[in-house]
Design a protein around this ligand. Structure first.
Ligand SMILES: Cc1cc2nc3c(=O)[nH]c(=O)nc-3n(C[C@H](O)[C@H](O)[C@H](O)COP(=O)(O)O)c2cc1C
Length: 295
């Protein structure tokens, strides 16, 4: 996705030739000596902060535990969204997309994968609704279609991608009825087809029946990612593209340990191994310790 030439990005002002070079800002007035700066109030401990409400298609707790500041905790039982509340949640997706572009990003990806809220609407095990957003393949697809429509209307379909992970069974989204799952993703792909989205980004075997079909239905560029079993490597990525299963291949774990992954691949340089023990650690360890190779 390309950005418009005139658009501003975070950091432009600091770059030579960036907007601050062309339109120098007046120097801020000198501060008169005043009262000493107030120290920020210390944050209360995590277990005494006000709880946010978890919302979901249905009031069903996901199985297992979730990473929190207090370590692994059981998933809370969410509150089921009222039908009348759904449009405001969809509008939040559009607002976030608008804000991202205004902040200088090229585009955004609607995360309808991995057991996140949009995926919970697609999955019959987490969506037990009987209103217009549940009960049939088309109704389960409706939330994601409407979110994609709202985002495309806000920033243009060419700036919106979408990620899906049918039957990847992540975080309690268990799509274990192949016929039902295929019907839901068909409805989703048919719903978003007119929007001219930037890309479809998939998790799972791109040659499998659940992804090969949607790929053909989508018609636009497809980014694939095989999932968690083996870390994406260059030979696999090249094979996926050469066989026509993908236009692009995304990488996850390798990027964590190699901030300069693209250059390393291009220069056939060694790839540093990430440390899975630090994933989701809640801190910088494992994320910030890796440096780019000198140019
Ligand atoms: C620490 C970590 C966090 C991740 N978070 C997400 C996420 O929020 N949503 C998602 O769709 N995938 C997420 N992924 C999965 C990656 O996008 C990718 O699909 C996965 O790592 C497999 O690709 P790889 O073999 O290149 O690592 C995450 C991966 C890691 C390592």
């Amino acid at each position: 996705m390309r950005r418009r030439a005139a658009q501003r990005r975070p950091g432009d002002a600091a770059r030579p030739g960036g907007p601050a070079d062309q339109h120098r800002l007046p120097r801020p007035p000198r501060r008169r000596p005043g009262p000493p700066p107030r120290h920020p109030r210390p944050r209360p401990p995590a277990d005494r902060r006000p709880l946010l409400v978890t919302l979901a298609p249905s009031a069903l707790a996901a199985p297992g535990t979730i990473f929190t500041e207090r370590g692994l905790q059981p998933h809370p039982v969410p509150r089921a969204l009222e039908t009348a509340e759904v449009p405001s949640v969809i509008e939040e997706f559009a607002r976030a997309a608008r804000a991202a572009v205004e902040a200088g990003l090229d585009g955004v990806e609607l995360h309808a994968a991995g057991g996140y809220l949009p995926h919970q609407f697609l999955d019959p095990s987490s969506n037990r609704r009987t209103d217009a957003y549940g009960g049939s393949a088309a109704a389960r697809a409706r939330f994601v279609v409407e979110a994609a429509e709202a985002m495309a209307a806000a920033i243009g379909g060419e700036r919106v991608g979408i990620r899906v992970s049918p039957a990847a069974n992540l975080h309690g989204a268990v799509e274990d009825d192949p016929a039902e799952t295929a019907a839901t993703y068909r409805a989703l792909l048919d719903g978003i087809a007119p929007l001219g989205l930037a890309c479809l980004h998939t998790i799972g075997d791109p040659a499998g029946p659940l992804l090969a079909g949607p790929r053909a239905r989508f018609g636009g560029p497809v980014i694939v990612n095989d999932g968690w079993h083996a870390m994406t490597d260059e030979p696999t990525a090249r094979r996926r593209v050469a066989s026509g299963q993908a236009d692009l291949v995304s990488a996850g774990r390798a990027f964590i340990a190699n901030p300069d992954l693209v250059r390393r691949r291009r220069e056939h340089a060694p790839i540093a191994e990430p440390d899975p023990a630090t994933f989701y650690g809640g801190g910088a360890r494992g994320y910030n310790g890796h440096s780019a190779r000198p140019e």
